[in-house]
Design a protein around this ligand. Structure first.
Ligand code: UP5
Ligand code: MG
Length: 190
């Protein structure tokens, strides 16, 4: 008997758009498990895995880690969670990530939350985050913005053409953004 596929929502948006912040709120209200691909990769560095140095170098350059590494971490986290609904935050970041995830897992997202925010505002947020992220320096931030525009926006376009994107104005205060997020999750279409 085939196992029932989990429900997956991709949470996308530029660096500092508020993906992690809003996912924490969604978890509180709607019972999803939050899987931040970036957090999983950073944990992999800390664990001293053989890929750690490669991952660290890529993150410090704002580059996208090879799909197979990220997908393995996501699959393991899904299997270990005991839940059947997930917010996948910050993945897929390019068309290759997207196609590989679909191929390997056969999972398609129920929808895609897209947090839209100006670069000026995202830069302000990242430079004042102060949580010791090595990629929160102006040089790496600019590289992250470039990769987002060139590689990640096409993924959002892909899902937009399939009417799966729920676009949120993320430049507002956290509580206001969450009101819009809640409206998406409680809409009768979802
Ligand atoms: N903040 C949040 N919302 C706010 C609001 N509405 N108003 C004012 N302030 C707000 O928020 C960032 C900061 O802004 C915080 O201080 C917050 O309090 C404040 P956060 O919720 O952390 O934003 P988020 O979008 O999660 O920003 P993050 O920096 O995590 O986004 P990135 O996409 O850059 O980072 P991620 O961890 O996803 O990826 C990091 C790197 O890992 C990538 O560059 C890449 O090298 C690598 N990676 C891969 O290679 N593959 C992957 O699949 C994933 C990551
Ligand atoms: Mg984040």
């Amino acid at each position: 008997v085939a196992e029932k596929k989990p429900t997956v929502i991709f949470v996308l948006g530029g660096p500092g758009s508020g993906k992690g912040t809003q996912c924490a709120n969604i978890v509180q209200h709607f019972g999803y498990t939050h899987l931040s691909a970036g957090d999983l990769l950073r944990a992999e560095i800390k664990s001293g895995s053989e890929n750690g140095t490669m991952i660290q170098n890529m993150i410090n350059e704002g580059k996208i880690v090879p799909s197979e590494v990220t997908i393995k971490l996501l699959q393991r986290a899904i299997a270990e969670s005991g839940n059947d609904k997930f917010l996948i935050d910050g993945f897929p970041r390019n068309e290759e990530n997207r196609a590989a995830f679909e191929d390997v897992t056969k999972i398609e997202p129920a929808f895609v939350l897209f947090f839209h925010c100006s670069e000026e505002e995202m830069e302000r947020r990242l430079l004042s985050r102060n949580q010791g992220r090595e990629d929160d320096n102006i040089e790496t931030i600019r590289k992250r913005f470039k990769v987002f525009l060139e590689s990640s926006l096409p993924v959002i376009e892909h899902y937009n053409s399939r009417e799966k994107v729920r676009k949120i104005d993320a430049a507002r205060p956290i509580e206001e953004v969450f009101e819009s997020v809640k409206a998406v999750f409680t809409s009768k279409d979802e």
